[in-house]
Every structure is written in C-alpha cells, then in structure tokens.
Design a protein around this ligand. Structure first.
Ligand code: IPM
Ligand code: MG
Length: 361
C-alpha cells in the first residue's frame, strides 16, 4: 500500500515524541512492505517563527494532499499573552477545521501493568476502557461572535457556543458506530440543566439513538461526569460530548491511564471518494515546554496515534494491533519514561521508541 503521510512535529516535546512515532511508522512500513512517503510541514509556534502564521497555506495544501496527518503538539510560553488569533494553538484549530475532522476519538485505557502509575486506587482504575468521542470542529471553540471589546469597566469578552443539528448528528453517528464494535453503550455528556445548546444536543442524540436500538444510551451532566470518571470509570464505554467538555474530560481521563503522555487520539472527518477517511492523528498531551529537549517525554501517546492511523486511515488492522501489542510489551517491561514512575532508572524518549520497534520485531 502507498502511505502518504504529512508529519507536523510542532513545538516543545512535539518534535521529540513525533520522531519516535515516525520511527515506528517507518518500521511498520518496512516490515509489512508498504511504500511510505513522508512530508514534513510547519504548524504552531515554529510556523509563526518561520512564516509569521501558525497555520501556513503550504501546510493546508500538504494536509489536503496527504492520506493522513501526524501531529506532535503546539504551544510555546512566549505566546502566553498573545490574542487567540496569533497563538500557536490557532494553527491546530485551523488544521482541524480545514480538514473537517469533526470526531476526535480519545481512547482511555488503564493498562494492567500501569495501575500503579495512577494516583487513584488500583481497584478503581483497573479495567477502565473507554473512548471519549469529542466533537472537534464546532461549539465554543469556533462560534461567533467572539472577541474582547470596550475599555475600562465596560470591557467585555464574548464567546459563543453554537451547534447545529447536522453537527450533532454526524458525531453521534460516529459514537454509535464505535459502540457497536465494543460494549454497546453510549453516555452522552452535556449541561442541559443550564444551556439551550446542551438541550439541543440531548434531543438530537436521543433521536439518533433510536436508529441504534442495540446500543444502550444514557445522558449525564458534565459536572457529574467529571466525578463519575474518577469514582467509577469502568461504567463508561463510549463518552460522547461537545468540543470543550471533551477537552476537559479527556485530560481527566489521563489520570486513569497513569499519565497524559499515554493518550493517543484520532480525529476523523468525512470519507474521501477513494473510501479512505480523512484523519489527523495527535497525542492528547501538549508541548510541555518545561521538559522539552530533554529526551524524557513519553512518546507512547504519539506512537499510539500511529496505531490509530494504521487502523482508521489505512484499514491496516494487523499493523495497528502489532503496534498496540508492542506498546503493552514495553509497558510491561517497566522500562518507561519518568511520568509512569518506572521501577528503575527512567527510559528516554528515544529508548521507548526503539523498544516499541524491537517489540514489533
Ligand atoms: C487538546 C488541546 C487543544 C484543544 C489546544 C492545544 C488548542 O488542549 O487537543 O486537547 O484545546 O483542543
Ligand atoms: Mg486539551
């Protein structure tokens, strides 16, 4: 198979974890005789430095031409005081929107060998296995009007949370489909006791659920969900929610997986005429400037994103499973990065990448 992949390492630890993810990608391509064609592009703070904008047109062009895009992380502290339009994060929001990847799949698993990495009691996290399906191209992240106006005491900031029926329907469909291949349970999360937006969300998800009578659907308010994720994470199979709630809940999910460095994600859009799904793959973690350049970031979220790419964009289930099994083997060896509290000296980012390749064989 021809695999045309755009790689956007981005900022901070993005470059280090992406290097290891690409190492694994090359390894898989060589082992299974796929022709891998990698192009590299700019996104985020590095793109601002080199081109003046966080999402250069060239990157948009490369992403549209690629079969799949692998992203590292964006964000640099020097832009902390910049307005949203001029921040590295704007690049990420831009590419998500340009590719139309409306469904962000964030699997959260507690690996048996990793239970001690979570600060929560083992019996609580053990067996956790869910996918957070986060709507990714709508809601308050993109709604208009937005902005800061006025002066002094009259200064005012506005953001708009908006969803159309169409936007809720398509991401719901994705959630119900995923549930069918799993434990057949969708928990839709909203704030319908306060927000009209959530009332529409709940109404549309309920309607969609009627087409999937084999899937159990329940609804949960987001504040309660934040608590249940910690109290009883095993109760969740698919968590379906809007953009900002999904952003927040997925970081909470990281605590169940032992470290935010563990979490991969797949952002999926429409099917192309070829039948392939448009996909953007990125670890859930950020650019972690405090540990950047030190070869100690956990690359497993980025490497897991490669497995997701194999599976969703290329339909290469055997390759995806091999990467996932290799990740489990490396975790079981306990020679892991510092965030996972290894028994001995922590492994470097590079050592973990090499170990995953060795485990794939
Ligand atoms: C994430 C990140 C991004 C988001 C930031 C970097 C814009 O937190 O992917 O979870 O809020 O979507
Ligand atoms: Mg986030």
């Amino acid at each position: 198979m021809n695999l045309n992949v755009l790689v956007l390492p981005g900022d901070g630890i993005g470059t280090e974890v992406t290097r290891e993810a690409v190492r694994v990608l090359r390894h898989v391509a060589a082992k299974w005789n796929h022709t891998l064609n990698i192009t590299e592009g700019l996104l985020g703070g590095i793109a601002i430095h080199k081109t003046g904008t966080p999402f250069p047109e060239e990157t948009a062009r490369l992403a549209a031409a690629a079969d799949a895009t692998l992203m590292g992380a964006v964000g640099l502290p020097e832009f902390d005081d910049a307005p949203p339009e001029k921040r590295p994060e704007k690049g990420l929001l831009g590419i998500r929107q340009a590719l139309g990847v409306y469904a962000n799949l964030r699997p959260v698993r507690a690996y048996a060998s990793q239970l001690d990495s979570s600060p929560l009691k083992n019996h609580l996290v053990e067996g956790t296995d869910m996918i957070i399906v986060r709507e990714l191209t709508g809601g308050i992240y993109y709604g208009t009007p937005r902005g800061i106006t006025g002066d002094g005491a009259e200064m005012r900031a506005v953001n708009t949370m908006t969803y159309s029926r169409f936007e809720i329907e398509r991401v719901s469909r994705m959630a119900f489909h995923l549930a069918r291949a799993r434990r057949k349970k969708v928990t839709s999360v909203d704030k319908s006791n306060v927000l009209e937006n959530s009332q529409l969300w709940r109404r549309v998800v309920t309607e969609m659920g009627r087409s999937y009578p084999d899937v159990e659907l329940d609804h949960m308010l987001v504040d309660n969900c934040a608590m249940q994720l910690i109290l009883n994470p095993k109760r969740f199979d698919i968590v379906l929610t809007e953009n900002m709630f999904g952003d927040i809940l997925s970081d909470e999910g990281a605590v169940l997986a032992g470290s935010i460095g563990m979490l991969p994600s797949a952002s999926i859009g429409d099917q192309r005429p070829s039948g392939a799904w448009v996909g953007l793959y990125e670890p859930v973690h950020g650019s972690a400037p405090d540990i950047a350049g030190q070869n100690k970031a956990n690359p497993l979220g980025a490497i897991g994103s490669v497995a997701a790419m194999m599976s969703y964009s290329f339909g290469l289930k055997e390759e995806a499973a091999a990467v996932e099994t290799a990740i489990e083997a490396v975790l079981a060896s306990r020679h892991v990065t510092a965030d996972l509290r290894p028994s001995g000296a922590p492994a470097t980012t590079e050592q973990v990448g090499l170990a995953v390749c060795a485990a794939i064989g």
